[in-house]
Design a protein around this ligand. Structure first.
Ligand code: 7PJ
Length: 291
């Protein structure tokens, strides 16, 4: 594995004692339906406050998303996505946190990198024409995610004969194409894409297989399961009551070697990970005394 994951202004250790510390990526949606009212300025204030809270709670990355990728969601025109993402990105640049932009659009990638984004997170795996060109001349991190089909159709009838092997094969092909294009391997992290063209069984097979995915591709893994239907399926809980289940999933992912967990509930996940790390790594908590 490379020694570090390079993410713009930041780099994350992948070897040595620091490597065991997982990175909490807090989710910041800047879609209109994620604000309590319609105004753009109030939306921006809300987003900034939410980002500040997540930073205090232990997030070391924030993932800004302006396009809803719920199954069946309509795609957002590029101008509208820029109007949502760019003000938040500029506002958040004053915070000491790595800024990721969740987008599939090369034009949004380019603008985001000009504004100083530290990572581009593309659920489409940089497959859009011009996506690789958009990120080539940069040192931003790149999250390469697996998705079967498209957000509009992915949950219709996901099928695999061996989901872990097929996800590994897809990611390997894309990593090879990206490095052949001239992109440094040290910028890439991989993500099996929980919920993107997968049944509940596929999702749990991937969770159990995370270590294998990491070891076969020798790249850091990002896992995003927060509040997804795979959590609802085993807890029987609706979206708004999936926090504890999501924390359990984040711990399971880190136990399987995931480096980054993408979550809504930053405080709870960060606390759970701290206790987990103190319980599993004798060096994680050497200075502490008392209760
Ligand atoms: C993911 C994502 C994920 C990465 C979303 C949701 C859907 N990016 N963007 N991995 N999910 N890298 O959060 O429910 O799993 S949007």
């Amino acid at each position: 594995m490379n020694k570090q994951l390079q993410c713009g202004r930041f780099s994350f250790e992948l070897e040595g004692p620091e490597a065991r510390r997982a990175v909490v990526m807090g989710i910041l949606n800047v879609t209109p339906d994620s604000f309590s009212d319609g105004g753009r300025y109030q939306g921006l204030e809300f987003a900034f406050g939410h980002a500040e809270d997540m930073l205090k709670q232990g997030a070391t990355m924030i993932d800004i998303g302006g396009e809803s990728t719920r199954p069946g969601a309509p795609s957002v025109p590029v101008e509208e996505e820029l109007r949502r993402v760019m003000p938040a990105l500029y506002a958040l640049k004053t915070l000491d946190v790595a800024l990721s932009v969740d987008t599939c659009k090369p034009q949004v990638m380019r603008e985001a990198l000009i504004a100083g984004a530290d990572m581009i997170n593309d659920i489409n795996g940089f497959r859009a024409p011009g996506a690789l060109e958009a990120v080539l001349d940069s040192d931003c991190g790149l999250c390469l995610m697996h998705m079967q089909a498209t957000p509009a159709t992915m949950q219709q009838a996901p099928q695999y004969s061996d989901v872990v092997a097929e996800v590994i094969a897809f990611l390997r092909t894309r990593v090879d194409q990206m490095t052949a294009f001239g992109i440094e391997r040290s910028r890439i992290c991989i993500d099996p894409g929980f919920g993107f063209g997968k049944t509940v069984e596929h999702n749990y097979a991937l969770l159990r297989g995370l270590q294998r995915i990491r070891d076969e591709l020798y790249l850091p893994v990002l896992a995003g399961m927060s509040r997804k239907s795979m959590i609802g399926a085993v807890t029987g809980r609706p979206l708004e009551a999936r926090m504890a289940g999501s924390v359990g999933a984040a711990l399971a992912a880190v136990a399987q070697g995931a480096k980054i967990v993408r979550v809504h509930d930053v405080a709870e996940t960060a606390d759970a990970l701290k206790v987990w790390q103190a319980a599993t790594d004798p060096h994680a908590f050497s200075g502490a005394t008392g209760m």
